[in-house]
Design a protein around this ligand. Sequence first.
Ligand SMILES: [Zn+2]
Length: 394
Amino acid sequence: MLVLEYKVKGRQQQYRAIDQAIRTTQFIRNKAIRYWMDAPREAKIDKIALNNYSTALRKEFGFVKDLNSMACQAATERAWLSITRFYDNCKSNKPGKKGFPKFQKDNRSVEYKTSGWSLHLTKRRITFTDKKGIGQVKLLGKWDIHTYPVKCIKRVRLVRKADGYYCQFAIDVEVKSVQRTGNGEIGLDVGLEYFYSDSNGHHEENPRFLRKAEKAIKHAQRQIYKKEKGKNQRRIARHRYAKKHLRVSRQRNEHALRLARCVCKANALVAYENLNVKGMVRNHCLAKSINDVAWTLFRRWLEYFAAKFNTQVVAVNPKMTSQKCSDCGAIVKKSLSTRTHKCSCGCQLHRDVNAAINILNLARQARDGQSRSNAVGVGTSTLLGATLVEQVAM
Ligand SMILES: [Zn+2]
């Protein structure tokens, strides 16, 4: 499934109509949850029952009837999704909260399926044909939706964001598997000093724009609480904050995507630390928390591009990776402030590069089994390193 996103341009009155459709979706979803909660134990509520319920709601409420019938179904499907998630968590006995479905208060999207809209044949315009009164809006974006046959468009979703309205098309196409450009093997170590350091000795810098934007965000956030509650000033401050936040999360995503694509494209094996990011985020060091968010994104994109480029990604246990000597295996104790790894065997490396080589070695062990990886060892890593630098530079 491929998702193309456009910014929507319309008149104020059309935006209000989109808001109405979004509110209706939330109404249907919450009603469906309530229906499921109140149902007697012996009544089996399933996806079909909820779908039928959406039909009943259409008869009861005029504003529900105004929304396209398949969009109504999509709304009850959302309810069904949160119900099944809860059931699955109970069944698998997931530790902690099971995620009992909640009533939604801040829904920001409405989803149409294959009806209720039509695309303009040549221009970038879409018309919503149900009775919500959205009508025809312009689509702004660099994609060309017309290169895909209309029957491939499975969902059309309107989303409200801090800086306006967006239209997303979910297109059912085979994502072409792309040719990898190299067969390198690489280990990545995340640190505070750099975004990551790899086993070839390359340090990827932390993007400065993020650090700068993060400061501006904190400032904007404080401004909200300085304004009186319920006042217009406060609403404006909140909007300003949301816009800044949206901008930086886009930049961060873009950055993580670009790096992950680069790494997966050039390597057959990518090893990284299996960090407990969930536990790590809870700390007071700002710089660190920024990195954690970026790293989680990066990891997600690594997995995405790994599938695309047929690259193997391995998460290894980070225990001792920074203390162990990557050359002879001796433990060289060092505190966080010690930036260089110096071993009595003569091996001297940047602390994070040493860790990255250890991570790569661990991943190779996991792949090949203990004996073979010892035989291959460091020799290949330097050899591969030489070719890799060229690939990354491409
Ligand atoms: Zn050593």
